[in-house]
Design a protein. Structure first.
Length: 202
């Protein structure tokens, strides 16, 4: 190890006997965005022609090549941080670092690599609520369903939150329901002029 590592005590040199690549298959979700981050330094005592690093995603070079001069042989490595963002096209993505410098055994230093999710584009299920009721002929107007009082089928029931409006009809048992997202909803019963609402009283 020449010139010191970036984090914490080791780094990888990509040109020991000849320019080399290092890669890893990373599980990804199609459509999600990820960020590849890494630290780069030139090997002390070498020129910029020896220290050229490319990042490849699924075999294709992306972004600009990173290059630097290593300075004096006894100097410390000068680390710089870099990143590249991409959108996953498959469920497994190949992340690869390629040394593009001269084939002379001296080359690019790599450290502190990471892949992070930056944007999850998967749809989050909308939580819904079940609203239901019953319509009947409250003959004695006591606001309760008595055994001798008939349920009213075929009545139009509407629900709205001011933006979304849904309509249904009561079934043969006078029952109706809606499945709606969270919010404030108003229910309206269309019963005609021959009927008077007794419950609720507003």
């Amino acid at each position: 190890m020449f010139g010191g590592a970036s984090d914490p005590a080791q780094n990888l040199e990509l040109d020991v006997n000849h320019p080399t690549n290092v890669s890893q298959m990373v599980p990804t979700v199609v459509g999600n965005k990820y960020k590849v981050s890494y630290d780069f330094a030139a090997r002390p005592g070498t020129g910029s022609a020896d220290n050229i690093l490319n990042l490849a995603i699924d075999g294709v070079n992306v972004g600009d090549s990173v290059t630097a001069d290593g300075g004096a042989l006894d100097s410390s490595s000068v680390w710089t941080s870099h990143y590249y963002e991409f959108t996953a096209a498959t469920t497994s993505t190949k992340i690869e670092f390629r040394d593009m410098g001269a084939s002379n055994g001296f080359g690019s230093l790599l450290d502190n690599t990471a892949v992070c999710l930056t944007q999850d584009n998967q749809e989050i299920p909308v939580r819904t609520y079940h609203i239901f009721g019953n319509v009947w002929n409250d003959v004695n107007q006591n606001n309760a369903t008595d055994t001798d009082e008939a349920n009213l089928g075929g009545l139009i029931i509407q629900i709205t939150n001011g933006t979304i409006t849904s309509t249904t009809t009561t079934d043969e048992n006078g029952a109706y329901y809606f499945d709606v997202p969270e919010g404030t909803w108003t229910i309206t019963e269309y019963h005609g002029e021959d009927w008077t609402v007794t419950y609720p009283d507003t």
